[in-house]
Design a binder for this molecule. Structure first.
Ligand code: GTP
Ligand code: MG
Length: 484
């Protein structure tokens, strides 16, 4: 574009802006004149209204721009209650070894009085390289493939200022098929007094979630953007600014570093030939060590309560997960036990084709057992209402149940030899299995007796012929009939 044309466009722009300003001013004056000409009472009313609108706008602006308070870290349950839950799990034959060793590690680190720092982040962001720079003299295994670090390793080091810390190198997250290693890395991050989250550029959504996860546990956190040697000063400033804005309130500091690593380049020689040169890049991590020193300055003792809170919060999650699995396994055992009783009851008392829910007492027992397992209080009235609903579902679904049972008998012919009434017994197995599973899932998810939801789940389970379910039910039926 020529200079004259640019000048012309600029002049038109300025003229338009001036015109707009004048027009606004004129409109404002006109409104002020009309306001002044209003009768005094009305003038007060409009004036007050205007002030109120302005004040509301101002308040919204201040609220919008207020400095955000960091969220309070997740509150962990107290240690005795957690220990009681772990003991209860052990009594129910669950494998609680990992939970117990986590508790002993918590005590061991507290007693050691050493400051622990975990270097955490996605694969190949340069964590191991950073450890080698943070703890001089350390030889850390590294290569160019993703997922190099396979386990948690601790390095004891002292920086140039004499600060000592135990630094943990952990496997990178987001590695394909690396779920177990990722869990290991997360657990180690929770065990540390402070965490360095390493990335190598803007955060992906997954990385941002990881930073938020660490923030939720209240971890003293430094976000270290590694490989800064790739960018010029302008790009660095830009990246730092973007990261500070996008993670506001989460990390205690955002620093740009260059952990080192190997660089490779081609050198031209005097005789015109060239050679490939490999050498170690000089690390530049001063900003990080300063930030870490500041974060860990209060010392292990002062940082311990927050660390303990994070470890106990992590343990609470792991314990809850194990409790859920244990409860689901127990629910399955209860359902199988009642289905077995229903099969025997069916053979003893009922002729094929009659109402499928004569075994009301058994069904009520199943509801009570499952509700007890999930700690949900149910009254007899509620149980009766639920069973009424189940009977209605079955009344319309009897033909489906009998058809599914008939097909299963054809598929597993061994059952046929067990004598008459088997079709009906199998139908009972299917009904109790569907009802029990539907109820267990509903109780687990809702923590209450939700009739509609349990009924809906049961309806779809009655028709569900996928997987090995029918084979298992056929086996259960034949076992129950044989042992009768
Ligand atoms: N350009 C540049 N490359 C680096 C820097 N630090 C590390 N690297 C390179 O990044 C790659 C990965 O480094 P590692 O230290 O193994 O990364 P990691 O995060 O430990 O990887 P995992 O253990 O697989 O999670 C290597 O090729 C390093 O040479 C750096 O500061 N600048
Ligand atoms: Mg590594």
């Amino acid at each position: 574009m020529s200079r004259r044309l640019r000048l012309l466009i600029a002049a038109i722009g300025i003229a338009a802006l001036a015109w707009l300003l004048l027009a606004t001013l004129e409109r404002g004056l006109a409104l002020a004149q009309r306001f002044m000409s209003l009768p005094e009472g009305l003038r007060w009313l409009v004036g007050l209204l205007l002030v109120a609108v302005l004040a509301a706008g101002l308040a919204i602006g201040v609220w919008w721009l207020r400095p955000r308070k960091p969220r309070a870290p997740v509150q962990a349950p107290d240690r005795p209650s957690l220990e009681t839950r772990v003991a209860a799990l052990r009594d129910s034959d669950a494998d609680v070894e990992e939970l117990r060793s986590e508790l002993s590690e918590l005590d061991r680190r507290r007693d050691s009085g050493q400051v622990h720092v975990a270097v955490f982040g996605e694969i190949s962001t340069g964590k191991s390289t950073l450890i080698a720079a943070l703890v001089p003299g350390t030889v850390v295994a590294r290569d160019a493939r993703g997922g190099t670090t396979r386990e948690v390793t601790h390095y004891e080091g002292r920086d140039a200022h004499g600060t000592t810390w135990i630094v943990a190198d952990v496997p990178g997250t987001a590695e394909a098929d690396g779920d177990a290693r990722e869990r290991m890395a997360r657990e180690e991050a929770l065990r540390a007094h402070a965490v360095v989250y390493v990335c190598a550029g803007d955060l992906t959504r997954a990385q941002a979630n990881e930073v938020r996860w660490l923030g939720d546990f209240g971890k003293p956190l430094v976000l270290a953007v590694n490989k800064a040697d790739q960018w010029d000063a302008g790009e660095r400033a830009h990246i730092a600014q973007r990261l500070r804005a996008s993670t506001e309130g989460l990390p205690d500091a955002v620093v740009l570093i260059s952990a080192g690593g190997e660089e490779q380049f081609t050198r031209r020689l005097a005789d015109g030939s060239s050679e490939e040169v490999r050498r170690q890049r000089k690390p530049d991590i001063d900003e990080l060590t300063t930030a870490l020193r500041r974060l860990t300055a209060p010392g292990a003792g002062a940082l311990e309560p927050a660390r303990e809170n994070a470890v106990l919060a992590g343990l609470h999650e792991r314990t809850s997960l194990l409790e859920t699995t244990q409860r689901a396994a127990e629910a399955e055992r209860i359902v199988a036990r009642y289905a077995r009783r229903a099969i025997v009851g069916a053979m003893a008392a009922v002729a094929p084709g009659t109402d499928l829910v004569i075994q009301g007492a058994l069904a009520a027992g199943l509801v009570r057992a499952l509700a007890g397992l999930y700690g949900v209080k149910v009254s007899e009235v509620e149980i009766e209402a639920l069973l009424r609903q189940v009977r209605m579902t079955l009344r319309t679904g009897t033909s489906v149940v009998l058809a599914v049972a008939g097909n299963a008998l054809k598929a597993f012919p061994g059952l046929g030899t067990l004598g008459g009434g088997v079709l009906h017994a199998f139908a009972y197995a299917l009904v109790f299995d569907s009802f029990g599973k539907a109820l267990a899932t509903t109780l687990a998810e809702r923590q209450q007796l939700d009739h509609a939801e349990a009924g809906e789940r049961m309806r779809s389970l009655l028709e569900d012929t996928r997987g090995n379910r029918l084979r298992h039910l056929a086996e259960l039926t034949s076992d129950a009939l044989r042992d009768r």
